[in-house]
Ligand binder design. Structure first.
Ligand code: C2E
Ligand code: CA
Ligand code: CA
Length: 411
């Protein structure tokens, strides 16, 4: 589809100009930005009547978004008007990516509205004239509405999943897996990243990408992340018992950006650490830049609060999002994690490698630690060490392990 057709356009109408006429083919709705519009209907050959006067912010001609057909009224600009033109392709495009529950509720409301409008039109004499060819299409809603219908199933699935996630939290079906993070110089384990797995009763192990985005939309991620932190705190003493000497491994826990919408998050994390009686210096929190989007000042304050607790903070997926130099000095972070997509890009072209080298140089300038993710081959590792990366994780060293397996690696 021509991307231009997805841009909402504006149109100016002069005072007295007809915007559309009764009986015209309807193909878009309008939102009035400025001015007033009279909506007029014919009175069965006996003149006409004004049915409404609309003002800035009002929507009109909206039946065009619901189904093809003919305009059942005339719209005339009372004075100079500016209106946004909303076509059904614009609506369809905007609906993509919306929460399916919201779309589905919206669709049910629209369906009701559509039928009540059709019923009303049936009772109007004007229907006699509209029921020509276009009338045949009256029971075939347009593409935007069909999309609603298909999303209804998604919405039901998502609502069911929400219930399941709540139950899984109560039943402790979320398990931490631990992936070793190693020093690239001697390949000794310096820490572990906690990665969640859902042990589902019937569906087996569900990976985070299949439920974390939903848990984020449902505001359930905060409880999940807290649970993971609690479990990580439980593992630390066991891990430290297994390691002799002073270099005790850290555990890092992923914190969704959604947590940053709530200022009491710092207190909550403080509580978990206190109850578990662990030294916060062994805990690293991995956050992504999504935490900074929205209210960056507030995010900076939250990060300061977390730092005060004594935990360390890593900026996860570095390079993927809006990575800006601004973040690096503005926020209290201790290190960055280079996303696996960058590690992999460094494989086959010099440009990719230069980018990773630049990221590492940048981190060093800001005195930040660097962990490279996704190291899968000896060659990946050689390249990274060559450009000054000293810590990493990836399948070359180990996949994420169960807690028992992880503890065994330390003996
Ligand atoms: P992430 O934080 O970037 O985690 C790294 C992901 O890369 C993990 O996927 C890990 O299993 C995978 N990985 C590790 N080594 C390699 C490798 O050598 N090659 C490749 N191709 N992949 C590797 P996983 O476990 O599926 O987690 C996906 C994402 O889910 C994580 O990405 C993280 O954003 C999120 N996540 C996981 N656990 C949690 C959690 O407890 N809370 C929150 N909020 N998010 C979590
Ligand atoms: Ca991570
Ligand atoms: Ca990552």
């Amino acid at each position: 589809m021509d991307p231009q057709s997805l841009h909402v356009k504006r149109k100016i109408f002069k005072a007295g100009e007809q915007i559309f006429a009764e009986g015209d083919i309807r193909d878009h709705a309008y939102i009035l930005e400025e001015g007033s519009v009279d909506i007029i209907r014919a009175l069965n050959g006996k003149g006409e009547t004004r049915v409404a006067t609309l003002n800035a912010g009002d929507l009109f001609g909206e039946m065009a978004l619901m189904e093809p057909g003919l305009r059942s009224a005339t719209a005339i600009a009372k004075n100079k008007c500016i209106a946004f033109i909303i076509s059904s392709s614009v609506l369809e495009d905007r609906l993509q990516g919306l929460d399916p529950v919201v779309t589905s509720l919206f669709s049910m409301l629209i369906e009701r509205y559509r039928f009540s409008r059709i019923e009303k039109d049936h009772n109007d004499e004007i229907m006699g004239r509209v029921m020509g060819d276009a009338g045949k299409a009256f029971h075939s809603p347009n593409a935007a509405l069909s999309q609603f219908a298909s999303r209804k199933t998604d919405a039901l699935k998502e609502l069911a999943l929400e219930q399941e996630i709540r139950r899984a939290l109560d039943n402790c079906d979320f398990k931490p897996y631990l992936q070793p993070i190693v020093s690239l110089t001697d390949q000794k384990i310096i820490g572990f990243e906690t990665l969640i797995r859902w042990h589902h009763k019937t569906r087996g192990v569900i990976m985070p990408d299949d439920f974390i985005p939903i848990a984020e939309r449902m505001n359930l991620i905060q409880a999940i992340d807290r649970k993971m932190l609690e479990m990580a705190c439980d593992i630390i003493p066991k891990m430290h018992k297994a390691v002799e000497g002073a270099d005790k491994p850290f555990i890092s826990v992923n914190l969704s950006g959604v947590n940053f919408e709530d200022n009491s998050m710092v207190m909550g994390i403080g509580e978990v650490l206190k109850n578990a009686n662990v030294d916060p210096k062994h805990i690293k929190l991995e956050i992504t830049e999504s935490a900074f989007i929205g209210n960056a000042d507030n995010a900076a304050k939250i990060l300061d609060g977390l730092k005060e607790l004594g935990v360390s903070i890593a900026l996860d997926d570095f390079g993927v999002g809006y990575s800006s130099l601004g973040y690096l000095h503005r926020f209290a972070i201790d290190g960055i994690k280079i996303d696996k997509s960058f590690t992999h890009r460094a494989r086959d072209n010099k440009k990719g490698m230069d980018i990773v080298a630049a990221i590492i140089g940048l981190a060093k300038t800001f005195d930040l630690g660097v962990i490279a993710e996704g190291i899968e081959t000896q060659d990946d590792m050689d390249k990274l060490t060559q450009i000054g990366c000293v810590e990493g994780q990836g399948y070359l060293f180990s996949k994420p392990l169960t807690v028992d397996e992880a503890l065994k690696t330390l003996h």
